[in-house]
Ligand binder design. Structure first.
Ligand SMILES: [Zn+2]
Ligand SMILES: [Zn+2]
Length: 637
């Protein structure tokens, strides 16, 4: 008998060797129908996998993130078969999932073009309709290597496998692929799919290797969800921050500085509004602010470990016969400021923030508007504390971070914990202590998190904050990184309660990450319809004719006195044209004024996105507008 524990803690006794699919049937027919895979003792397996002895089993459906991934990856196999059947010379490389979909890298001399996508999709639809089971076959590494001798891609995949049992999956009569699995039980279970795009990709991302073709696809549990996704993509195109940024004169790029953003006057208004808010919140949470130089000598970067671990991303310069580097991070500068004073445990925790301008070299091919730049302002901070204060400090950072995200209307966020990478400094023991401290804080706050094995910074483990924008796209913004190494390298010290000299713990953290990138995200999230507090111009006064210009000036004066960012349109255009122009500039409020309004000290208010206008007293308008700014309200009505 196999003793199975289900996610709700209940137990089920079944015959040894019962498959996860049969188990799902015993739990309920609805679950059995929705099932795409199972989790057996934490490991994702096929529904055909047997259950033996004592096991914790969870049935996975396409409603689980993992189930969706299994579904999408299975769809990659189906797309691979379709491509191979259309182009029999295709050599398959690998087909993993990515955010919202999957791809398959293929080696094929003939280029696949968007015009071919429909053919591929039709072939895929045939395979799905046949609803053939995915069948797993296992063999030893030696057998697998013999079977695939001559296939350099698949033998390379085998050399990267972490198990000596190598598995193959087939569906139908003549398609088989080397794969670790798991997959959906049959080809009919991959939901609604679409071939999206094709791009060149080097094997292993290595430019000295052959250029392959990477064919992207997406799959969703239902047709409706696929349509919703395609609509969101369409909407994202319309909201492209590079287009809106140019249209609204927020920022630009110039070949004189590839990857270096020029922020224009209106962009700076948004920037400064964020800085003011950011400073206020940091003040409330007990931070001080400093500023450190962007050019520091090479010796310092050797000491910090950046030279050995981060050199490829740094810029260098030389003057007065000495070598310098342009800072890619603010931490070493922060350590030097710390060292200018003697410190005692009484001052701890010391929270020191810096809006630091950093430069990191990115390959020219990966730059993308404000999302990926070579120079950016990081909203950095370093917290120096005792080991006993770590947990409370991490919790404080989490609270501050959530408060800041909510102010911008981001409510959907999740957290990932990244652990020790291969390339790192510091002992395994220190890494364990640091990782445990981060996990304890998350558990204490009852926050769910995902673990990214081996994805930490070279100096310590980290927590990353991800937000979802209104188009359901995920963005990594903030980070908390625990560091026991750098304080030692810099010889930082404090006098503890027992009068001995100790090394402080250093916590690196950023909330928005990069100001440039964050503004790019905001532009797309709001579609440049910024909330009032972030709008470059908040109100425009529109006199209906020249006769009302004097009253318009009076209104403008009152707006300015109330510290609203405003202007007056004194052009000779008709009122309709003035309104249209203000609309195209995404003005939150337009105040139309004529003789009637002048008589009663009123304004006719038009709100962005709302058809009807409303006449109110000027003082009432000022109160409402300033209230919305003070409360960081997202909506204007
Ligand atoms: Zn597979
Ligand atoms: Zn740092």
């Amino acid at each position: 008998m196999a003793k199975v524990t289900l996610p709700d803690g209940s137990r089920l006794d079944v015959a040894d060797g019962t498959t996860a699919a049969h188990l799902a049937e015993q739990i309920g027919p609805g679950l059995a129908k929705a099932a795409v895979a199972a989790k057996r003792d934490g490991q994702l397996v096929d529904l055909s996998a047997p259950v033996n002895g004592q096991a914790a089993v969870r049935i996975i459906t396409a409603r689980d993130d993992e189930g969706l991934e299994v579904m999408r990856h299975s769809c990659a196999h189906i797309m691979a078969e379709a491509i191979c059947s259309i182009w029999p010379d295709t050599k398959l490389v690998y087909g993993p999932t990515v955010e919202d979909g999957f791809y398959y890298d293929v080696d094929l001399d003939e280029p696949i073009r968007p015009a071919d996508f429909q053919r591929i999709e039709e072939k895929m639809a045939e395979i799905v309709k046949a609803d053939e089971p995915f069948v797993r076959k296992e063999m030893t590494r030696t057998e697998a290597l013999a079977k695939l001798a001559g296939d350099k891609y698949k033998t390379d995949n085998i050399s990267h496998a972490d198990s000596d049992i190598i598995s193959f999956y087939s569906h139908g009569d003549d398609f088989e692929d080397l794969c670790r699995g798991p997959h959906v039980p049959s080809t009919g279970k991959v939901g609604s799919f679409k071939v999206m795009s094709v791009a060149g990709a080097y094997w292993h991302g290595d430019p000295t290797q052959k250029m392959l073709q990477r064919v992207y696809g997406t799959a969703w549990p239902t047709e409706e969800e696929l349509d919703g996704y395609l609509r969101r993509l369409d909407e994202a195109k319309k909201r492209d921050h590079r287009v809106l940024g140019k249209q609204l004169d927020l920022f630009s790029f110039n070949e004189a500085g590839p990857g270096f953003a020029f922020i224009h006057a209106k962009g700076m208004v948004i920037w400064n509004a964020i800085v003011d808010f950011w400073r206020g919140v940091h003040d409330k949470y007990g931070y001080e602010e400093i500023r450190t130089p962007i050019i520091l000598n090479q010796e310092l970067w050797h000491k910090s470990g950046h030279w050995d671990n981060y050199k490829e991303n740094m810029y260098f310069t030389n003057f007065d016969d000495a070598d310098y580097a342009i800072k890619p991070m603010n931490c070493p500068g922060g350590c030097l400021v710390y060292k200018t004073q003697q410190h005692s445990y009484r001052e701890f925790p010391m929270r020191v923030a810096e809006l630091g301008l950093v430069h990191r070299h990115e390959a020219s091919g990966v730059m993308h508007g404000l999302f990926r730049v070579r120079q950016f302002t990081q909203d950095d901070a370093h917290i120096f504390c005792t080991p006993g204060q770590i947990e409370a400090e991490i919790i404080g950072v989490i609270e501050l971070t959530f408060e800041i995200y909510r102010a911008f209307g981001f409510e959907d966020f999740h957290i990932e914990l990244s652990t020790q990478p291969e390339k790192h400094i510091g002992s395994d023991e220190i890494w364990q202590i640091a990782t445990d401290a981060l996990e304890d804080a998350l558990k204490h706050k009852n926050i769910e998190y995902k673990i990214n094995q081996g994805d930490g910074a070279f100096y310590g483990p980290k927590i990353d904050f991800h937000i979802r924008d209104c188009l359901k796209r995920s963005w990594q913004l903030g980070t908390i990184q625990l560091d026991f190494s750098m304080p030692q390298r810099f010889g930082l010290a404090y006098t503890d309660r027992d009068n001995t000299e100790k090394t402080p713990v250093m916590i690196h953290r950023a909330v928005l990450g990069s100001f440039e990138r964050f503004i790019g995200i905001l532009i797309e999230h709001y579609g440049a319809n910024f909330p009032l507090w972030l709008s470059p111009e908040q109100v425009r006064v529109l006199p209906i004719s020249e006769k009302s210009n004097d009253y318009a000036k009076i209104v403008e004066g009152k707006l300015k006195n109330a510290r609203l960012r405003c202007s007056c349109d004194f052009s000779n255009e008709k009122i309709g044209a003035k309104i249209a122009k203000a609309h195209s500039e995404k003005l939150p409020y337009m105040l139309v004024v004529g003789p009637k309004e002048a008589q009663s000290s009123a304004v006719n208010v038009r709100i962005r996105g709302i058809k009807e206008s409303k006449t109110v007293g000027i003082d009432e308008f000022l109160r409402t507008a300033n209230g919305k700014i003070a409360d960081k309200k997202i909506d204007l009505a």
